[in-house]
Design a protein around this ligand. Structure first.
Ligand code: GLU
Length: 287
């Protein structure tokens, strides 16, 4: 078993991160497996070295140890680029010049009271740029690149996509979650796989990194459950193994709102400064 914790160094770790990291760590340790760390720093405008250092400090303080040098997404650009080029040569990608306003206009929104369709990756792209570019050319570096989902699903050639999910507790019996492949086109659509300033996107890099690190079990928050369908589709497309998934409940504040990076009030560093112990944190998250 190889599990991982994959935080973004864009703010302090809070109780929700502690829960995820402790679950993944404990799960690997319980069966003599491996626990790895990955720093998801593709958002260069928000990632900061001091947050990365704080991640290491907080995890060590919690008693979490990792079994290899952490990997950083900013060091993995060649892998992302090569996957993008492969998909480009298979004619499954296209460059897109739309901004959010263009997308809303094409969706004929916003109309009073009519909400456009959102998928796990945000607004479902109406396809404006899909057929604008000849795909038989060199890879268009420096462009926003989208996946032509209908073509991708056809290339995968399966009627259904599925993955193993245990939910909670994480050692619960796994069950298959199955999605008809055709649903992915309508409920997720043409997602962005590469940004202008960075050759990659969260979905592409997470899938490539989990495979590169040999992750067998992904433990993460239930907020990413819908995104897992995207990851399973990308794994099928890129011929990568699909790990088991364990989506856990989200830790919420007193008002029932899920914790966000800006919830400094629930930052582990703040509890530390106030004299809490790692055992207190475990108890607070219900472990
Ligand atoms: N980097 C993501 C986050 O901090 C987690 C990614 C994942 O578990 O796949 O929310």
């Amino acid at each position: 078993m190889i599990t991982r914790f994959a935080p973004s160094p864009t703010g302090p770790l809070h109780l929700g991160h502690a829960y995820s990291a402790l679950l993944a760590h404990d799960m690997a340790r319980a069966c003599g497996g491996t626990f790895l760390l990955r720093i998801e720093d593709i958002d260069s405008t928000r990632s900061r070295p001091e947050w990365e250092q704080q991640i290491y400090d907080d995890l060590q303080w919690l008693g979490i140890t990792w079994d290899a040098e952490p990997i950083r997404q900013s060091d993995r650009l060649p892998s992302y680029k090569s996957a993008l080029k492969e998909l480009w040569h298979r004619q499954l990608l296209y460059p897109c010049t739309c901004n959010r306003k263009d997308i809303l206009a094409a969706l004929d929104a916003p109309q009073e009271g009519v909400e456009p369709d959102y998928g796990p990756d945000g607004l479902i792209y109406p396809g404006t740029c899909r057929d604008k570019t000849n795909r038989n050319t060199a890879y268009p570096d420096g462009s926003v690149i989208r996946l032509d989902m209908a073509k991708a699903i056809a290339a995968i050639g399966q009627d259904q996509l599925h993955f193993l999910e245990t939910g909670e507790p994480v050692d619960h019996k796994a069950q298959f979650i199955t999605t008809p492949a055709s649903d992915i086109t309508s409920t997720i659509g043409d997602i962005i796989l590469s940004r202008k300033d960075f050759p990659g996107s969260y979905h592409l890099s997470v899938v490539l990194d989990d495979a590169a690190q040999g992750i067998t079990d992904v433990i993460r928050g239930a907020d990413l459950f819908e995104a897992t369908q995207i990851h399973v589709a990308l794994q099928a497309l890129l011929d990568l193994p699909t790990p088991r998934y364990h989506h856990h409940h989200l830790i919420r504040d007193d008002n029932g709102k899920r914790l966000a990076k800006r919830d400094d009030a629930r930052a582990i560093s703040k509890y530390r400064a106030e004299g809490a112990t790692p055992e207190d944190i475990r108890r607070m998250v219900g472990l």
